[in-house]
Design a protein around this ligand. Structure first.
Ligand code: HEC
Ligand code: HEC
Length: 395
């Protein structure tokens, strides 16, 4: 009995010492790059010698699942790729051209400008919403929210491959992107830190991008802080406390929250979480030129269905809807209040059950102001100014 126990303790001691060393190495500030590497990097990029931390507060209700497979070094590499115009056909655009940090990684025009002055088919989606990135957490079968207005991608990698190749966006197939990456001297040291001796490949470029994008989590809005105060937990926990008035909210913000929970959360979620409703129709029109999910599936009942967009940092992501038709939240509220069209695929939540007609919320001006005041509390301002998400290229 004694012997195996001793062996076990020695082993445990070993693990403990090893773990402690590893931890120390992690906490103490140290130089990530050699002098030579840092000189190469600094000729192009404004990065720090110290490793940058890309951790964030996980939504606790996901914590049961697999945690993210990212490292700070991979996210740092992803940041450079995200901002690198060299990776587009005419070296004029990067991911960040259409996903701007100050705008919660969205764009401020209905259709964004890609390479050679071309325009995207749809309005740029904001990236600063952790809920999009369900591949990051949980089981592969639950809580997976597909990407894009027509739900056509299931992972950041799949989506990014599409963005690079899209002739209206960056116009480069992945193997060409990899060649461009290999051609820039600053990438080798960044890759070595992120992935060791592995050769620069499509898979690793996409993994780095995924790490960076997955870190853009906006979980510290006034809304999250207020809900956390009531629940004692991370604000992203789905909980009935969301129905209580929030102490730190104005009368108008609380009134707007109540109106939102009564009329909008059935699709958009009570806590802006992934709802069971992945795509729907909100009656923008009786006919859709852009058929959305239906254009891919060819199912008549899916024509006019679009991703139910996450509303985090909404105040910064104008213009609104898949085609950017509404310039302001006032216009959005006017639409829902009195202008929902009777499209055959209109979401049931927006139909009056008594006569099957589109609902008329008939919000008063005050109601609209209240809902908008509430929607403004969903912005997490910190992510929008943090250096770790900013353009690292020297101007
Ligand atoms: C020319 C503008 C443009 C460029 C460049 C661009 N995007 Fe996008 N992005 C868009 C538009 C527009 C959409 C929505 C398209 C759609 O749904 O059909 C989008 C959607 C996305 C989404 C889906 C978000 C969601 O909630 O579903 C992600 C993620 C994304 N882009 C990441 C990237 C990455 C990474 C890059 C660089 C490799 C990139 N984008 C380059 C315009 C652009
Ligand atoms: C039937 C489900 C449903 C309900 C209920 C609903 N929405 Fe929507 N909402 C959608 C869909 C689907 C879209 C995207 C439609 C499109 O672009 O074609 C959308 C888009 C939006 C957008 C644009 C977001 C962006 O980033 O462009 C806002 C803002 C919005 N809804 C607010 C509200 C408000 C406020 C209410 C309550 C008054 C509400 N929604 C009720 C389904 C719904």
């Amino acid at each position: 009995m004694k012997k195996p126990l001793t062996t076990l303790s020695v082993l445990l001691l070993f693990v403990a010492i090893f773990g402690a060393c590893k931890n120390r190495e992690f906490n103490v500030s140290y130089n990530l790059y050699t002098e030579e590497e840092f000189a190469t990097i600094s000729a192009h990029l404004n990065l720090t010698q110290d490793p940058v931390n890309y951790d964030f507060n996980f939504p606790s209700y996901y914590l049961g699942g697999t945690l993210r497979s990212t490292t700070n070094e991979a996210a740092t590499l992803g940041r450079v790729i995200f901002y690198d115009k060299n990776l587009s056909k005419d070296r004029s655009k990067s991911c960040a051209s259409c996903h701007k940090q100050a705008l919660a990684f969205s764009d401020d025009v209905p259709l964004s400008e890609g390479i050679e002055g071309r325009r995207t088919d749809r309005n740029s989606l904001a990236l600063g919403s952790v809920f999009n990135f369900a591949e990051y957490y949980g089981s592969p079968t639950s809580n997976r929210i597909p990407f894009m207005w027509d739900n056509r991608a299931t992972s950041v990698a799949e989506q990014s491959r599409g963005s690079f190749a899209n002739s209206n966006e960056m116009g480069k197939e992945m193997h060409e992107v990899v060649s461009r990456v290999r051609a820039q001297e600053y990438y080798q040291p960044l890759f070595t830190k992120a992935f060791g001796a592995e050769r620069i490949s499509e898979d690793l470029v996409l993994r780095a991008l995924t790490s960076f994008i997955n870190s853009m989590s906006q979980v510290n809005s006034t809304f999250d802080q207020e809900l956390s105060k009531l629940t004692g937990k991370n604000g992203l926990v789905a909980s009935v406390e969301v129905y209580n008035d929030f102490g730190g909210y104005s009368v108008s913000e609380n009134a707007g929250k109540a109106l939102f929970l009564a009329n909008c959360s059935s699709c958009h979620g009570r806590i802006m979480e992934p709802t069971p409703i992945i795509a729907s129709n909100n009656g923008l029109s009786t006919q859709y030129q852009d058929r959305g999910v239906g254009a891919l599936s060819n199912q008549p009942e899916e024509v006019g269905l679009f991703k139910v967009p996450p509303l985090r940092s909404l105040a910064l992501t104008a213009p609104y809807m898949h085609d950017g038709r509404f310039a302001t939240l006032e216009e959005v509220l006017d639409h829902y209040s009195s202008n929902i069209q009777n499209h055959p695929n209109l979401g049931a939540q927006l139909r009056n059950p008594l006569n099957n007609q589109p609902r008329r919320f008939d919000f008063s001006d005050q109601d609209k102001r209240d809902i908008i005041a509430f929607l403004h509390t969903l912005t997490d301002h910190s992510v929008l100014t943090q250096e770790r998400f900013s353009d690292p290229f020297l101007k």
